[in-house]
Design a protein around this ligand. Structure first.
Ligand code: ADP
Ligand code: SF4
Length: 703
């Protein structure tokens, strides 16, 4: 396949200071939960992306010093940290890509939980760390020292093989942005006051890096250009900063501050959502500009370049969902692009401190530890034929990956429309993009001669025995509970028989209540809030009740919580946090405070319970109840459950479950750990660093 020539512009090489990127696909820095705790996983993940055709691959943030210590990300405190970073740059260079490193000191954003150094900041300020702590104001010695740490890290980064050295001044969480910000910087010396003074530290860091490594490495600034600091924000100087430092760096990587806006989900923003904020940058600098906006459409990418908004197409999430996106565009394989759905489950993995996962790409984070590749999969190595029942995300992914392996597969679903829960959930407010989970897989499946799609087929136990398949995978999903059992209540809520009760399944099947509705959200992810929106659209007066202290508490991990809460507060008549639905009777819901037990009542014509789900596993139970010899006689050697039918969860878990089955033909827990682990090098015999004066630190009177 060849690509139309209008996309050629995406494959033009482009200079960044002293280095040249082979094309305009630029994987901007992104966290991934692997960092220095899982260094081989991190390196392999970056290497796979380089293989997928990205011209530039950057690391996540990388601490320059132990006094700005983010315990989960990368670090380059001294030369001891070079080898694991060099592993990543080596893999990146093997594919002809450039490697960038995002150097950072997190200032008052972190509490230095690991190093226990007192955090530092331009001005005295409480930190955002886990333990209550205050960052002390930096004196001139500290500023000189910080410049030295950045400079040393830049030199060590070059030794590790990096081609682009970032000075990270974004997302309201680094020392340079804290110096720039009036909210953080109350200094009265030459580093405070006027914008020119507040920009001095950033300017010096860039100049130092250029002086140290600028002959061979490009030096980039990553900067949040807008004033969208969330509630309470007051910055309005983004444009002034870019104008002031316009020609200083070799590259501008521009985005929105804070991360909730930069990494906005598809529920709140569409592809290209940052354009209106970053468009001015190219008009004030001659240096190349990279920006993001969940770009997955090659036409949008071309329009960003031709329209003068960007020089490089930046991507974090699109490169996670499809590490091979550039190659697919290059080869004109547009319908093979596995588009990011904008759900931020990747962000949630990182925030939870574990290797990230991706809803669309089940191999993400598994590249090294399981040896999974996003595009290649070993060919079939058994004579099995497979019947999969249920074409939700688990069944679709299992069928797709088995088909790719060359297995003969039948995929049956009782519904006329394949896609399972995704079909229903993508019709809820703001979740339309989630249909991509279904669409990409159906597109692939329709190209596979070995896979038979059987919609409109209710499968029974007897039919399974007649199917002449040796592997039976039951991916029949789950049903939302109507009894209120979930995280808070381990027994059914009393009195539900006396009032109309609805579940998310009812709402998604267009069985909606009317009048005054109490919605009890004990799920804490997206479902409660989108169901509330749907009910309000329908004309219901909704009281939103949750035992958590915030609305949709889990969405703090997907960087959406504040916006979800705002939306629910704006739409619902009443929001009751830290409150449980205790019991109901006709016309009334009894609520109780989760701390004091104090009861209140709310008039209610109906309740909607968003609590837990139960697997739809009748077919599995039916087959399990049969004589094993009947199964053997039918040629069946294994029956497994996949996805929500095994245990209800998020869509990413269902996709992973389907993929795991396709790779292993099993779902059983094994006695031996089925993936590689990285054990930390034992440092027991290392000599302690000398105490007293550090020969690297110029001594002064004040410490
Ligand atoms: P998962 O998230 O685990 O993939 P879903 O709930 O999305 O699960 O999908 C389950 C699918 O299984 C639904 O499309 C449903 O119609 C289908 N299904 C359930 N029971 C049967 C059955 N007995 N025969 C065929 N299809 C079934
Ligand atoms: Fe995109 Fe969701 Fe995958 Fe993140 S987890 S890359 S947002 S599909």
């Amino acid at each position: 396949m060849t690509r139309p020539s209008r996309y050629d512009i995406l494959f033009e090489p482009l200079r960044i200071g002293p280095v040249t990127a082979k094309n305009r696909f630029f994987q901007v820095p992104h966290c991934n939960g692997m960092g220095r705790a899982f260094p081989s996983s991190m390196a392999a993940m970056r290497g796979v992306k380089a293989e997928g055709g990205w011209g530039v691959i950057c690391t996540e943030q990388c601490d320059v010093h132990y006094s700005g210590n983010h315990q989960r990300e990368l670090r380059l405190w001294d030369e001891k940290d070079i080898p694991y970073l060099a592993r990543a740059t080596g893999l990146i260079h093997e594919q002809g890509a450039l490697a960038g490193v995002e150097l950072v000191h997190n200032g008052s954003h972190v509490g230095n939980l690991e190093s226990r150094a007192i955090p530092i900041a331009p001005s005295l300020r409480p930190t955002r760390g886990v333990f209550p702590a205050t960052a002390r104001a930096m004196d001139k010695n500290d500023i000189r020292a910080a410049r030295r740490w950045y400079r040393t890290a830049a030199i060590n980064a070059r030794r590790a093989g990096f081609d682009i050295i970032y000075v990270y001044a974004g997302h309201d969480m680094t020392l340079p942005i804290h110096f720039l910000s009036r909210r953080h910087n109350h200094r009265t010396d030459e580093y405070g006051g006027s914008l020119e003074n507040r920009a001095r530290f950033l300017r010096e860091l860039v100049e130092d890096a250029k002086e140290a490594v600028g002959d061979t490495c490009a030096v980039a600034i990553r900067f949040g250009v807008d004033g969208l600091m969330g509630a309470g924000g007051d910055e309005d100087e983004g444009r002034d900063v870019v104008e002031m430092l316009a020609e200083l760096p070799d590259l501008w990587d521009v985005n929105l501050s804070n991360f909730d806006y930069d990494g906005s989900t598809s529920r709140f923003s569409d592809e290209g959502y940052q354009e209106q904020y970053i468009k001015f940058v190219k008009s004030v600098t001659s240096k190349p500009v990279v920006g993001v906006g969940r770009f997955t459409s090659p036409d949008t990418m071309v329009s960003m370049i031709k329209g003068g908004t960007l020089d490089f197409i930046g991507a974090a999430r699109p490169s996670i969902a499809d590490p091979f996106l550039p190659h697919k565009i290059e080869e004109g394989r547009f319908d093979d692009i596995r588009e990011c759905i904008g759900c931020n489950i990747c962000v949630a993995g990182d925030r939870a401190g574990v290797p990230m996962r991706c809803t669309q790409n089940p191999t993400m984070g598994e590249e090294w530890r399981r040896g999974w590749h996003p595009e290649h999969i070993p060919p079939k190595d058994t004579d099995d034929t497979v019947l999969i029942i249920g074409a939700g995300p688990a069944g679709l992914e299992a069928a797709r990956a088995l088909g790719q392996r060359g297995y003969s597969v039948m995929l049956a679903d009782r519904s006329r429309e394949l896609g399972g829960r995704v079909n229903r959930e993508c019709r809820l407010p703001g979740l339309g993009t989630w249909a991509r989970v279904r669409d990409w897989r159906l597109t692939q499946l329709r190209k596979m001669p070995g896979v038979q799609l059987l919609p409109d087929n209710e499968i029974t136990g007897d039919m399974v025995l007649e199917a002449e398949s040796s592997l039976i995978a039951i991916a029949t999903g789950a049903t939302w509970r109507a009894d209120g059992v979930g995280r808070y209540h381990s027994d059914p809520i009393a009195g539900l028989g006396r009032i109309p009760v609805f579940t998310p399944d009812d709402i998604m099947d267009s069985r909606l209540p009317t009048g005054r509705v109490v919605l009890f959200d004990d799920d804490h992810y997206y479902m409660g809030s989108v169901i509330a929106e749907r009910l309000v659209e329908h004309g219901c007066e909704v009281t939103f009740v949750t035992p958590e202290s915030t609305v949709s508490a889990y969405t703090q991990f997907t960087a959406e919580q504040k916006r979800v809460q705002r939306r629910v507060m704006e739409k619902c008549a009443n929001v009751r946090t830290a409150t449980a639905l205790r019991r109901t009777e006709a016309g009334t819901a009894h609520l109780s405070c989760v701390y004091t037990g104090r009861e209140t009542t709310v008039p209610a014509d109906a309740v909607v319970v968003v609590t837990g789900s139960t697997p739809r596993d009748e077919l599995y139970t039916d087959l399990q109840g049969r004589d094993e010899s009947a199964l053997t006689a039918a040629g069946i050697r294994r029956v497994v459950r996949l996805g929500d039918c095994l245990a209800p969860g998020i869509i990413a878990a269902a996709v992973h479950s389907g993929h795991l089955f396709a790779r292993t033909l099993n779902t059983a827990l094994t006695d031996r750990t089925p993936f590689r682990r990285e054990n930390v090098e034992l440092g027991w015999d290392q000599p302690l660093p000398a105490t007293g004066d550090d020969p690297l630190t110029p001594s002064g009177v004040f410490g």
